[in-house]
Write a protein of this length. Structure first.
Length: 595
């Protein structure tokens, strides 16, 4: 797990390129604390920040083939690199034991078709120094990031937007549509190709990029879509169980110990149970808690339904793991939120990001990699609202679940008039679903598939981004077994009737879990990574203080009277606490990135 970056077909002289690579390396040093390297030759420059989990001695990047023609910068883990290495030996003379060289050798040998053989998470770019062309690719679900910017024939790329901003000659403008999306529909915001900055793009999941002097082109090589199948439930269940066990075993492969973020929910509990047999010493698990945790009343909300801590402890005891209870401590909540914003250049939108940040910092003090349960809900019919007609009948239904109309009142009148965001976002999401072959309103099953597709393409993208950005800030690799292609090939065969059999979300995955843990854990209602429900009044005080200071960002994009009213409420429901969090983070983001 690393950071990558570069500038191709640059107009700058070599000393300037060297300085820009130094700046890019420094901006992403947290992603690769073990080593930082640069390569500059002619109009091309590459850099790499390394977190070494395999072949520490042989995996230095940028990495060149024996001819020196091809160079790769690569971020990720290829879990089947050992098998691929054996297949490639007749075609390529290996010099290392790292998966980086396998990726390069596979591309040299098979071209873009190599991606069909990869099982892992990755973002990489290969530079052909002879032809002056580049090939880049991102893994099927977009676990690993790749951002880029093209201007006047020069191509810039990095793992994080904030690093890219350090090497651009001019600060790009904010894209008001994407910023508005973060306010109106935070769960599905900030994804797709567009970033919050105009012309800075994300390479989308399952997509390749070709770049040369004539420009760039994109091509989709993978799409997650549910497929009709005649396979019996028992056959699918056996396939699912075997694929998950295999992927967890592969994800535990490293030259260093691998732990688990254990929330106490179904997904992370299942991962911990399957991972424990693959460690030489007790598995390390990490669970978030809050000060005076035992006195908190966790009100059932949109997603969080209970206190997860007792369930996490139960799984830790069952697996014999070394349990790390990480208590979230704030010297200052305002300072914690400012740190969150400085880490997440895509604008924080979930309170749970505070939990992710604290867990990542604690785990990084002991480990270099952890398994996380991300992508299970978005691929296994994991959200109860997919069954509710008022929600799944249209994208607007999903937005209304989080109070879209109320959120719209936080925006400036000018933005509301120009963009008409509720109608615009509904249409944009409908088009995304339509392009994948689904239509809202055709049938109950089609509604579930259409909404599941939207959740998979947009909601999941936000979760995976958050998982990467917060763990990698502390030089910690987050591995995502539920996103591995081998497992996804089976998951895509599960129809809604099985995914929600007996009205239970994630029915099939729960059946797998019942093979490994008691019903009290395998069948408990979904609950996401928790947040502290006592912070509402603190958020109000922070926002009120921000409103007392002149701020062009607020006056351009937001509506001060609505923000002020939000600060005056005596009773703060969960939805308004989340809204307070969103508005504070957005304003801090504007102060940090938009000035």
């Amino acid at each position: 797990m690393c950071g990558i970056g570069g500038i191709l077909l640059a107009k700058d002289m070599e000393p300037v390129l060297q300085q820009k690579m130094k700046a890019l390396n420094e901006a992403q040093r947290h992603r690769g604390p073990d080593d930082q390297q640069t390569w500059v030759k002619g109009p091309a420059a590459l850099c790499h920040q390394r977190l070494s989990l395999l072949d520490a001695a042989g995996g230095t990047q940028p990495f060149a083939d024996t001819s020196g023609r091809y160079l790769i910068v690569y971020n990720g883990e290829l879990y089947n690199h050992v098998q691929l290495r054996e297949m490639l030996r007749p075609h390529y003379d290996f010099r290392t034991h790292c998966d980086t060289e396998v990726v390069l050798a596979a591309w040299i040998t098979w071209g873009a078709a190599c991606l069909e053989r990869f099982n892992g998470m990755f973002a990489f770019l290969i530079w052909d120094s002879q032809q002056q062309t580049a090939f880049a690719a991102r893994d099927p679900l977009g676990v690993k990031p790749f951002v880029y910017y093209q201007h006047n024939g020069t191509f810039y790329f990095a793992s994080e937007v904030k690093a890219l901003l350090r090497v651009l000659d001019r600060q790009p403008q904010i894209d008001p549509q994407r910023l508005v999306e973060c306010v109106i529909s935070p769960a599905t915001s900030g994804n797709g190709a567009a970033s919050v900055f105009k012309n800075i793009q994300y390479l989308e999941p399952g997509t390749t990029l070709h770049f040369n002097k004539d420009g760039l082109s994109l091509k989709t090589y993978y799409q997650f879509l549910w497929k009709q199948t005649s396979l019996h439930e028992n056959t699918l269940l056996a396939e699912l169980a075997a694929a998950l066990q295999q992927n967890v075993a592969l994800s535990m492969q490293a030259d260093v110990p691998v732990g688990v973020f254990l929330s106490g929910g179904l997904d992370s509990s299942l991962l911990a149970t399957l991972a424990a047999p693959h460690t030489a010493s007790p598995l390390q698990t990490f669970t978030i808690a809050f000060p005076h945790h035992q006195h908190i009343h966790f009100d059932p909300g949109t997603i969080v339904n209970s206190d997860d801590l007792p369930f996490a402890k139960a799984i830790a005891a069952q697996t014999g793991s070394r349990f790390n209870e990480v208590t979230m401590q704030h010297t200052s909540v305002a300072e914690s939120l400012q740190l969150l914003v400085s880490i997440n250049d895509r604008i924080p939108v979930w309170e749970q990001e505070l939990s992710q940040q604290h867990l990542s910092r604690a785990a990084a003090q002991q480990l270099k990699a952890v398994l996380v349960g991300d992508a299970a809900d978005e691929t296994h019919y994991g959200y109860y609202f997919l069954l509710h007609d008022k929600v799944n009948k249209s994208p607007r239904g999903l937005m209304d679940l989080f109070g879209a109309e109320r959120r719209a009142t936080m925006l400036s009148a000018n933005l509301l008039r120009q963009l008409e965001p509720l109608a615009w976002l509904d249409q944009e999401y409908r088009q995304l679903v339509s392009q994948a072959g689904y239509t809202f309103g055709k049938s109950a099953e089609e509604n579930i598939l259409a909404m599941s597709l939207l959740v998979n393409r947009r909601w999941l993208g936000r979760l995976l981004h958050n998982g990467d950005i917060h763990t990698m800030h502390y030089g910690l690799e987050a591995r995502v077994p539920f996103a591995n292609p081998h497992l996804l090939n089976t998951v895509m065969k599960v129809p809604p009737a099985l995914g929600f059999k007996e009205g239970v979300e994630k029915y099939m995955l729960r059946q797998v879990a019942l093979q490994h843990m008691p019903p009290s854990l395998a069948l408990r209602k979904k609950s996401s990574l928790p947040r502290d429900p006592r912070l509402g009044k603190t958020y109000q005080a922070i926002l009120q203080k921000l409103l007392q200071t002149p701020n062009d960002f607020i006056d351009t994009y937001l509506h001060r009277p609505a923000l002020a009213a939000l600060c005056q409420q005596e009773v703060i429901p969960e939805s308004d606490r989340m809204l307070l969090f969103n508005m504070i983070c957005l304003i801090y983001w504007g102060l940090h990135y938009a000035n």
